[in-house]
Design a protein around this ligand. Structure first.
Ligand code: 5GP
Length: 186
């Protein structure tokens, strides 16, 4: 029988560079898949339905919770985000290592349910740099950026619950670190 895959949870403030690092790390690694979340957040201009998210209504989100079809879910800056159970279960059963890129409250729920999930926190060197990166990527309104920065401050308090912290100061170094961790902890 196929060895069950490992679950990796990756969190960190919005703008820390999680998505870019994960996507790049996975290009060179076999046997890893990234989970597709559901969210009630509106789709951004550069996003594709079903790529990183399936975009759903509040009503649909509520239904998924009622039917117990989410492994975890949380509210983040006015919107709901969740991980569908079926995908994660199927991939892990087939021996794939699954990556969840999720915020800290959902990450805590996953750790409670799946004790051997490996928890990675990706951080920025400073709040100032985070602010600059969020402004530069130009995907949120200034109101939303303020909310995300405030949330980032709260998220930093959760770092102690993670198995390792990667500071995304030098991008190439952070990428090497992430790849190394995924390879050695799987
Ligand atoms: P964004 O709106 O920038 O795509 O994501 C906002 C935050 O929600 C990020 O920290 C991201 O990692 C997190 N997130 C994305 N998908 C999920 C999910 O399925 N569950 C939880 N709890 N957080 C998620």
């Amino acid at each position: 029988m196929e060895k069950r895959g490992k679950l990796f949870v990756i969190s960190g403030p919005s703008g820390a560079g999680k998505s870019t690092l994960i996507d790049e790390a996975l290009k060179g690694l076999q046997g890893f898949v990234k989970s597709v979340s559901v969210t009630t957040r509106p789709m951004r201009k550069n996003e594709v339905e079903g790529d990183k998210y399936v975009f759903i209504t509040n009503k649909e989100f509520k239904k998924l919770i009622e039917e117990d079809r989410l492994l975890e879910y949380a509210s983040y800056c006015d919107y709901q985000y969740g991980t569908p159970k079926d995908f994660v279960e199927k991939e892990m059963t087939e021996g794939k290592n699954v990556i969840l890129e999720i915020e800290v409250q959902g990450a805590a729920q996953v750790k409670n349910k799946i004790g051997d999930a490996y928890m990675i926190f990706i951080n920025t060197p400073s709040m100032q740099i985070l602010k600059e990166r969020l402004n530069k990527r130009n995907t949120e309104s200034s109101d939303d950026i303020e909310k995300r920065l405030k949330t980032a401050g709260e998220e930093l308090n959760y770092q102690k619950y993670y198995d390792c912290i990667i500071v995304n100061n030098d991008y190439n170094e952070a990428l090497l670190n992430l790849k190394h961790i995924l390879k050695t902890q799987k």
